[in-house]
Design a binder for this molecule. Sequence first.
Ligand code: NAP
Length: 220
Amino acid sequence: MPTLLITGANRGLGLEFARQYAADGWKVIATVRNPQRADDLRKVPGDIRIEQLDVADLDAIRAFAERIDEPIDHLICNAGVMGKYSEVDPDSWAYTLRVNAIAPTILAQALVDRVAPGGKVVAITSKMGSIADNESGGGIIYRSSKAALNAAWRSLAIDWRGRDLSVAMLHPGWVQTAMGGPSAPTPAEESVAGLRRVIAGLTRERSGSFLDFQGKVIPW
Ligand SMILES: NC(=O)c1ccc[n+]([C@@H]2O[C@H](COP(=O)([O-])OP(=O)(O)OC[C@H]3O[C@@H](n4cnc5c(N)ncnc54)[C@H](OP(=O)(O)O)[C@@H]3O)[C@@H](O)[C@H]2O)c1
């Protein structure tokens, strides 16, 4: 069966991705920052291997990637933080950039040689990273971290055109998780089901696209 490697799999969208791919018989390598807070993940039936990885630790990312010696069919860089929303706090900004933009880029680069032929390399980004779509302002830290992620991954997609894989930056919608909050319109099950359809349909020709969970193109 194919293998998924996903970050931030102990709750929210990451947990739901692990649940849905495992239910379909996939082998799931599920990374979590703190295995002691992974009880929900442990209860998910299927072939799930839990690995500790704090993505803010870039050396740990490189060491983790070196330990991965099996082919990865889907790599989903999902772990993310919001940062301070209404205050431009420099420390929060630097940390948020590290987790949301630098970490997924370093992880994808470190694992690209492990990606199986026809593999999919996915960043869970946000429409809030779209500069064209920003009509409401605010959220400077989060918005800029996801815009940086999008810029970096667009380059990865171009730099990897010669490889048999496709890259995408995917917006999950506004989803009912700790980050999205209870007023969010979209349940995690629906978002992840949509994202999985989009991932399954990715092609090398469309590698480097910025899409939502229904497959709609989002302007940069
Ligand atoms: N929910 C939405 O409406 C929405 C909308 C657009 C984009 N997104 C994006 O979707 C992704 C998942 O978000 P979510 O809604 O599922 O949020 P969530 O419920 O807050 O979950 C975030 C996940 O990221 C992990 N994480 C955070 N910092 C980490 C670190 N340093 N190392 C390892 N793991 C770390 C968390 O682990 P801990 O439990 O250890 O903190 C948790 O598993 C994020 O990239 C987010 O930006 C979400």
